[in-house]
Write a protein that binds this ligand. Structure first.
Ligand SMILES: [Zn+2]
Ligand SMILES: [Zn+2]
Length: 141
């Protein structure tokens, strides 16, 4: 455990740089999601999201974001210029307190202490996931 959480500061940006964000605090809930919606949205074998407290998150370039509702109650925000997936928002019980963002957009070095895979049952058959992280058949929590 780190004892200087308050000094943690991270910055992220989309591919073209129109959208930037900063996190002043802890980054938690590092999640690799294998669901088909995440794969489609990120054009990737899985999507990696993390969460931080809303109060710790500040985003610039809001006007460059556009959104797509991939399932009821779920909104994915992405840069309308470069297409980078920036945020995943839902109307769930934690949504008033936490914000979820695409972890690979971070420009600041960050090493997660813990990671997990969710919707591993939906993973691409040709993708081998050989790491030691926890794997959940569906979503977690
Ligand atoms: Zn962009
Ligand atoms: Zn997903």
């Amino acid at each position: 455990m780190t004892t200087h959480l308050m000094s943690n500061q991270y910055h992220g940006s989309c591919q073209c740089g129109a959208v930037t964000f900063s996190i002043f605090g802890e980054i938690k809930a590092i999640t690799h999601c294998h669901c088909s919606m995440c794969r489609k949205s990120h054009s990737a074998v899985y999507a990696t999201y993390a969460a931080t407290l809303k109060d710790n998150f500040s985003l610039k370039g809001e006007e460059h974001l556009t959104a797509f509702s991939s399932s009821p109650g779920v909104i994915r925000r992405f840069c309308k210029h470069c297409g980078a997936s920036v945020q995943w928002l839902d109307s769930g019980k934690y949504s008033h307190e936490w914000v979820t963002f695409s972890l690979p957009l971070l420009d600041t070095p960050f090493t997660p202490s813990k990671q997990k895979h969710i919707y591993i049952n939906d993973k691409l058959v040709w993708l081998a996931v050989c790491d030691e992280h926890k794997k959940y058949p569906k979503g977690r929590g």
